[in-house]
Design a protein around this ligand. Structure first.
Ligand code: ZN
Length: 265
């Protein structure tokens, strides 16, 4: 088993594989909680496909959470605070880090603030944010809420949770992090646990998990569910599972056991 940071690199490369059609060029970003105070996040301008240790920066969580509680008014101030939170500009110094992009860029992704917020609020260890074409077909349509709030088949419930948290469109960066925090808190209030899948209207998805494998599973299942919903819309009237059935599936001991196995892989 490789170390958690190596797993972050492998997960990011897998999400960036062109064959999956989750992201292109510099789209998307990923993160990993390193310890109580810090996390690793993709550096701004890096491509997920073929990324190496030098494509990530380590960042302190506290200054980014403080920025959400007391948002600065200008983009320049936001950038200065985000930059001041950087601990290491790249991970190439790690003896066991794999190769890849050399020399790392010093700036964390513009989305570092939502990663900090989700790692803190939801207790996630890994986060994967992508813009899959199949999912965005729905998130850029009037079917976004139907896709996020309903479940159509059992494995979608098991992997992606009873519902996805749906975030109205917001400007990427701090406005999006603030909108997301509102939605995630309301979701936790209603479901007594953090969402596994967050859908951003007219933007993309965020998968939250305990392991790199869980992020890949949730993203793959969200893409499959999107294709099924899209296909059902084309052929006629899509159906969905009743709420009681979704709850039953989600709480079934054998399904909870399966879910645990998927997380470990
Ligand atoms: Zn994005």
């Amino acid at each position: 088993m490789t170390n958690p940071f190596e797993q972050l690199i492998e997960m990011t490369r897998a999400l960036g594989d062109p064959a999956r059609d989750y992201v292109i060029i510099g789209e998307g970003n990923t993160s990993l909680r390193l310890d109580a105070e810090s996390f690793a996040v993709k550096a701004s301008g890096q491509q997920m496909q073929g990324i190496g240790a030098g494509g990530f920066v380590s960042v302190k969580i506290a200054p980014l959470l403080a920025m959400l509680d007391d948002p600065p008014t200008t983009l320049t101030e936001q950038k200065a605070i985000t930059q001041s939170a950087v601990i290491h500009a790249d991970f190439a110094f790690l003896p066991d880090a794999s190769g890849g992009t050399e020399g790392g860029l010093a700036s964390p992704s513009i989305e570092a603030s939502f990663h900090a917020m989700l790692l803190h609020e939801c207790g996630a260890r890994y986060i994967g944010h992508t813009h899959p074409t199949a999912v965005n077909q729905l998130l850029c349509s009037e079917y976004a809420a139907g896709f996020a709030l309903q479940r159509r088949f059992p494995d979608e419930v098991v992997l992606c949770g009873p519902q996805s948290a749906l975030v109205p469109y917001a400007d990427p960066g701090l406005p999006l992090a603030l909108e997301m925090r509102k939605v995630v808190r309301a979701y936790q209030e209603e479901h007594n646990e953090a969402p596994k899948l967050i859908l951003l209207e007219n933007h993309g998805l965020v998968a939250l998990g305990e392991s790199a494998a869980e992020i890949l599973n949730i993203t793959a299942m969200a893409v499959k569910a999107a294709r099924i919903y899209h296909g059902a819309l084309l052929t006629g009237l899509p159906t969905h599972l009743p709420a009681e059935e979704v709850e039953h599936l989600y709480r079934r001991p054998d399904e909870m056991y399966r879910r645990k196995l998927f997380v470990q892989k």
